[in-house]
Design a protein around this ligand. Sequence first.
Ligand code: PLP
Length: 439
Amino acid sequence: MSHVFPRHCHTQPPVAVAGDGCFLIDASGKRYFDGSGGAAVSCLGHSNDRVTQAIKDQLDAVAFAHTGFFTSEPAEQLADLLIKHAPGDLDRVYFVSGGSEAVEAAIKLARQFHIENGQPERRHLIARRQSYHGNTLGALAAGGNAWRRQQFAPLLVDVSHIAPCYEYAERRADESQFDYGQRVAQELEEEILRLGPETVMAFMAEPVVGATLGAVPAVEGYFKRIREICDTYGVLLILDEVMCGMGRTGHLFACDADGVAPDILCIAKGLGAGYQPIGAMLCSDHIYGAVERGSGFFQHGHTYVGHPVAAAAGLAVMQELLDRDLPSRAHQLGQHLESRLHAMFGQNPHVGDIRGRGMFRGIEFVQDRDSKTPFDPKLGIAAKLKKAAFAEGLICYPMPGTRDGRVGDHVMLAPPFVATEDELDAALDSLQRAINQVL
Ligand code: PLP
């Protein structure tokens, strides 16, 4: 009997014993194509020599040096590289161990920024429904997924949630894409005015929504309007690119496609590419400057902040992404993926929507295509698809529909950028067999 506390108590997962390119191999020798990179993590696949060598070299040099006493070469170099390519005036990098920690740090820094600026009354965070920002209590409070929040609601701080930008389900037939985006962005201004602008601290959103909607980008103009509204009221814009950043959408940073730069940016998954747990919060010059000129101390920190081995892995990942121009490859392969998805599933009566950018794609399944009626969540369509695909040797990321019927069951694909077109085609054949079995 296993003593590991598993994600699902009633299933015993196979033991992963090896990684080979885009494949994971279990103890019986079965190979699985990592079609979702776990959860949009493994952008370089599972056997990148440059990254593993960098980790070994750093272990031989120094495994750990607490940031209360030291900085480290890989952390300094990785921060330089991130800032060189980061949007807007992002200027400082705070390293953490994962996505939720990056989000927690962002929320606390936003609060401290306003205090340093003499506006301690700014305390309200606004985020969006159908969003996911992590599972620690602050990040969970920011997230707008009812199911994940439900049983912990008494422990969560109050966060306002406005509409997501979810064109497939929410755009009215008489509305252009652009008008729809402006309408939902306007909800931010209304909420700021309702709360009182002088009390609002920040707005947080994922440029491409991952774990709750399945790779949903915003429509053109939405984020530009959001940026304008934030600027008008002195509200910080926090973009959470934990899932969609680091090249996944075909741009190094997902917000590049939307033509906006945040005040604070959170990244994680693709930063360590699964080789080490690492995340980061990047903040703009004026935010860091306020802390530097003010108290001179960010009231935050974990033991493993800036871990040298994690930073060495992140640095090697970043060098791989840049030297091999992998964001462009993610864009090109993403176009192949998109056209194959449409060709294979576009006419399927139970496929309502195929969406996403780059190597970040989602398929939403519906009972009725014309009315966009989702399946009854009790049928567990997404979970069944995950199981059937896994049996076929394909890892894809399932998400159940919501009980209010606004979002249907969907699966997300986020393969490594180093996959070949043939590997992607074979993976889609496996997905087709899984869909045929379930629907
Ligand atoms: N933010 C987003 C957008 C995510 O998708 C996730 C994880 O899926 C997180 C934050 C939390 O990251 P982690 O699981 O590394 O704590």
